[in-house]
Design a protein around this ligand. Structure first.
Ligand SMILES: [Zn+2]
Ligand SMILES: [Zn+2]
Length: 322
C-alpha cells in the first residue's frame, strides 16, 4: 500500500507505518514533524514542544520566534535539500515507495549570501506558487544587488540617510551583506536574527540608539522605525524596501517609499516552470498564492498532471493516494 498525501495540519504524508507532517500548524507527538524554514507561516503555532526535523538554523530561529523549545530529530527516509530562500531554509524530500519533494518557499536564483535551490528527481512534487503567473519575472539577484549598492552609496554621498524596511529573516541579512562596509544600523528584531543567521557575527550593524548625524543605512523590520530616530535623521532620510511585490504597479503607486527594489526570496514564474521540468515528476501539487494558475500552466505547457493541493475531488477526504 503506497503513501497518501493530504493537506490537513501541514502537508501530511501517511505511509501506513508513520506520518510525516511538513510545516504543520500544530506539531503532533508520534508523527515526524518537519519544518522547512522559520518564516511564521511555516512554523508551528501550537502543539507539543517535541522533536522536529529541520536545519540547525531553523531550529534556533523557531525557538526565537515561537518561544518554544524544539529538539532535533531525523528519519532515514527524510532528507533536507538547499531551498535558497532564507538562512536555514530547506526543501524536504521523503522517500517511501515513491519519492515526494516539498519545496517550501524556495529560490533557484543564486543570491549574494545564499546558495540556490536545485531540481531533484522526484515522483511527486509539492511546489509553492507564490509568484505563479507569467507576469512575474525577477531580475538576477546578484545584478540587482549591485543596483541597490550603487543607489545607496549615491544617497550617502549626498549626505542622506537611507532607511530600508525589510523582513527581519532573510531580506534584512541579504541587504546587510549587499551594503557591507557602509555604516549600518539595525533594529533589535533584525539584530536578534543576525545573531543566529550570520554565524554568530553581527554583520557589523550597530543598534538604532547609536545612529548619529553621519549618513548611515538603517535596516528595520518595521516602517515605524522612523519615530525612533532623531528628527534630524528622519528629515534627511530616503526610504526604500525590497520585495518581489515591487513589480506590481499597484504596490509602487501605493507604497510611499522613495525606492522599491524587486529583490525576491522566491522563484518567479519562469524559475518555477524550469524547476518542475528539472524534477521530472509524474504529479505536481501547488501550494500558496497562484495555485490554480500555476497548476494550469504546468498542465498546459509541460503536460504534467497538476492541481492545487487544497483542491480535493468532492467527497474524498484525502486528495490522492498512490
Ligand atoms: Zn518563507
Ligand atoms: Zn511562505
Amino acid at each position: 500500500m503506497a503513501a497518501s498525501l493530504s493537506s490537513s495540519n501541514g502537508i501530511a504524508i501517511e505511509t501506513g507505518e508513520c506520518t510525516f507532517r511538513l510545516d504543520p500548524g500544530r506539531t503532533v507527538k508520534g508523527d515526524f514533524n518537519v519544518i522547512s524554514h522559520a518564516h511564521s507561516d511555516h512554523l508551528p503555532r501550537g502543539g507539543d514542544e517535541t522533536a522536529v526535523i529541520a536545519s540547525n538554523e531553523t531550529l534556533l530561529l523557531a525557538e526565537l520566534r515561537t518561544r518554544k523549545h524544539y529538539t532535533s530529530a531525523s528519519h532515514e527516509s527524510v532528507s533536507l535539500l538547499e531551498a535558497g530562500h532564507v538562512p536555514g531554509s530547506k526543501m524536504i524530500m521523503v522517500k517511501d515507495e515513491l519519492t515526494y519533494l516539498y519545496t517550501g518557499d524556495f529560490c533557484t536564483k543564486k543570491k549574494v549570501y545564499l546558495d540556490n535551490a536545485r531540481p531533484a528527481k522526484t515522483d511527486v512534487l509539492v511546489i509553492e506558487s507564490t509568484y505563479g503567473l507569467p507576469d512575474y519575472r525577477f531580475p538576477d539577484p546578484v545584478e540587482l544587488a549591485g543596483v541597490i549598492r550603487d543607489w545607496t552609496a549615491d544617497a550617502l554621498s549626498l549626505g542622506r540617510h537611507v532607511v530600508f524596511t525589510a523582513y527581519p529573516l532573510g531580506k534584512a541579512q541579504e541587504l546587510q551583506v549587499i551594503l557591507g562596509g557602509m555604516p549600518l544600523f539595525a533594529d533589535d528584531s533584525v539584530l536578534r536574527h543576525n545573531a543566529i543567521t550570520m554565524g554568530g557575527q553581527d554583520a557589523g550593524a550597530g543598534p538604532l540608539a547609536e545612529v548619529g548625524n553621519e549618513p548611515s543605512v538603517i535596516v528595520s523590520s518595521s516602517r515605524n522605525v522612523m519615530v525612533h530616530l532623531p528628527s534630524a535623521v528622519r528629515r534627511n532620510a530616503l526610504t526604500a524596501t525590497a520585495s518581489g511585490w515591487c513589480l506590481d504597479g499597484a504596490f509602487r503607486g501605493r507604497s510611499g517609499y522613495d525606492e522599491a527594489f524587486p529583490l525576491s526570496d522566491h522563484c518567479d514564474y519562469y524559475d518555477l516552470m524550469e524547476f518542475v521540468r528539472g524534477c521530472g515528476p509524474s504529479a505536481v501539487y501547488t501550494v500558496h498564492g497562484f495555485e490554480k494558475e500555476l497548476a494550469a500552466s504546468i498542465k498546459k505547457e509541460l503536460g504534467i498532471d497538476a492541481r492545487p493541493l487544497r483542491q480535493r475531488p468532492k467527497g474524498q477526504k484525502k486528495i490522492d493516494s498512490y
